[in-house]
Every structure is written in structure tokens, then in C-alpha cells.
Design a protein around this ligand. Structure first.
Ligand code: GLN
Length: 247
């Protein structure tokens, strides 16, 4: 069993880490090691290139507009083509908030400046400007499609409104909260095994079922050994209760 191995790329861990998005990577590492799966994490920052087949799972977190602007050109130049190739080949990718916005076709920032996106996801994002309400609060969403047994909980804080192209598949349906744009009931996007989402929190520590879905997809396995998730499940339940009270 110990030959099972997961190679993770963590993109811009210092610049794109709002709300402790790094906790997602720590959760993946821990859940692998607890099962005896070898796991290694490459942290790739500005100027570092990404090879399309060097990793089984790629993670990138969120940031405010200023940091997104700093990484957007570097992302396109040093990692963009490899990321698109990896996504087309079925590599698992998780892009949270600011990363989700940059993995779409474009992001119009609060200043009105348009940042070109990777176009890996068929979606685009527009920030209506600094005086617009931000979409902030706890979110509960049901995973769309074949994995509809999974409920996601998280926290969102974004000014950008994301709109999905006609053929794009949403990641989840919002039960409570705003999601992509506060209007159409969608949250996030899925393209093959690449996922974009607005959920922070961090997301994976309190959504162990989704964390395991990503690990299983990355390893090409259908089921993973269960772990003792008492604390993780309690966090998940607490988030559900909190959101239920606010509704
Ligand atoms: N700057 C983006 C927005 O406000 C993303 C924010 C974030 O990553 N939390 O829409």
C-alpha cells in the first residue's frame, strides 16, 4: 500500500493565502499520511515553472485584488499552458476565490482593470466597483452532479461576481449564502477534475468528504479508508447549525 503517492503543487503559497487557504494543503497532507500514502508538496511562487504532468493535485488559494494583479501575469506566463494541459488530462485542481477568478476567462477588478485569466474554466468575473456590496458570509451548498451526496460548508468574502458559460458545470447549488454571483444559485465550477470555488474557511479541514473526493480522484481510486473525523465532522456540523440559525 505504501507505494501510493500523491504529488501536490501549491501555487503562490505566500501571495495567495487569504483566510489561511494553506490549511487546505495541510488537510490533504494529513489525510494522506494518516493512510500511509506518500505525499510531497512543491511550493511554486513567482518565476517558478510548472510541468504539466509533474503533479497529481494542484492547489491555489485566494487574495485581494492587489495580490491577484501581482500573480496574474506570472501565472499566465510560467504556469498557464501547463495548468490547462493538466486540467485537460484530468489532473485534480482546486482553485479558491481569487485563484478561481484568475482561472476563468477574465477578472475585472474593483478598479475596472481587466486581468486576463487562464480560461481553464468557462466563466468570467466582474467586480462592480469599490462601493458595491461584498458577498460575505457562511455558505452551505450541495455538490452538483454525480457527487450530490456531499454538502459543502464554508465562508465567502468576495466583491467579484462570477458568471458561468452556457456549458459550464457548477460545482454546487447554494442552499444558503451567495455563491458565484448571489443571483443564479450556483457556487463554483467544475471542469473534469478541476474545481473552482468561493469557499474559504479553510474549505477542506471542515469538509472531509470533499477532501477525500479530491484525494481519491488524484490517486485514481474509488474509495479511501475511513479516518477518525470526529473533530472535522463536528466543525462541519457546527457550520451547518450556524448557517441554519442565520437563515
Ligand atoms: N479580490 C477578489 C474579490 O474581492 C477575491 C477576494 C478573495 O480571494 N477573498 O472578489
Amino acid at each position: 500500500m505504501s507505494e501510493r503517492r500523491l504529488r501536490i503543487a501549491h501555487l503562490y503559497p505566500r501571495l495567495m493565502n487569504i483566510y489561511g487557504d494553506r490549511g487546505n494543503v495541510l488537510a490533504l497532507v494529513r489525510r494522506c499520511r494518516d493512510r500511509g500514502i506518500d505525499v510531497e508538496v512543491d511550493e511554486l511562487g513567482p518565476g517558478d515553472t510548472l510541468a504539466s504532468n509533474a503533479h497529481d493535485l494542484v492547489f491555489m488559494g485566494g487574495a485581494q485584488d492587489r495580490d491577484q494583479r501581482r500573480v496574474s501575469e506570472d501565472l499566465l506566463a510560467t504556469k498557464g499552458p501547463a495548468l490547462s494541459e493538466a486540467a485537460n488530462a484530468g489532473t485534480v485542481i482546486l482553485a479558491v476565490c481569487g485563484a478561481y477568478q484568475l482561472f476563468g476567462k477574465h477578472y475585472v477588478a474593483a478598479s475596472g482593470e481587466q486581468l486576463t485569466g487562464l480560461g481553464l474554466f468557462d466563466c468570467w468575473t466582474e467586480h462592480p466597483g469599490p462601493s458595491a456590496d461584498r458577498l460575505i458570509g457562511n455558505v452551505v451548498a450541495e455538490l452538483a452532479g454525480e457527487d450530490d451526496a456531499i454538502t459543502l460548508v464554508g465562508f465567502e468574502n468576495h466583491g467579484g461576481r462570477t458568471f458561468l458559460g452556457h456549458n459550464a458545470q457548477p460545482l454546487a447549488r447554494v442552499r444558503s449564502g451567495f455563491g458565484n454571483n448571489g443571483k443564479d444559485g450556483t457556487e463554483g465550477v467544475r471542469y473534469r477534475n478541476a474545481f473552482g470555488t468561493y469557499l474559504h474557511g479553510s474549505l477542506l479541514p471542515k469538509n472531509p468528504a470533499f477532501a477525500d473526493m479530491l484525494i481519491a480522484l488524484a490517486l485514481g481510486e474509488t474509495e479511501l479508508e475511513p479516518l477518525d473525523d470526529e473533530i472535522e465532522n463536528a466543525a462541519h456540523q457546527a457550520a451547518l447549525r450556524l448557517t441554519g440559525r442565520r437563515r
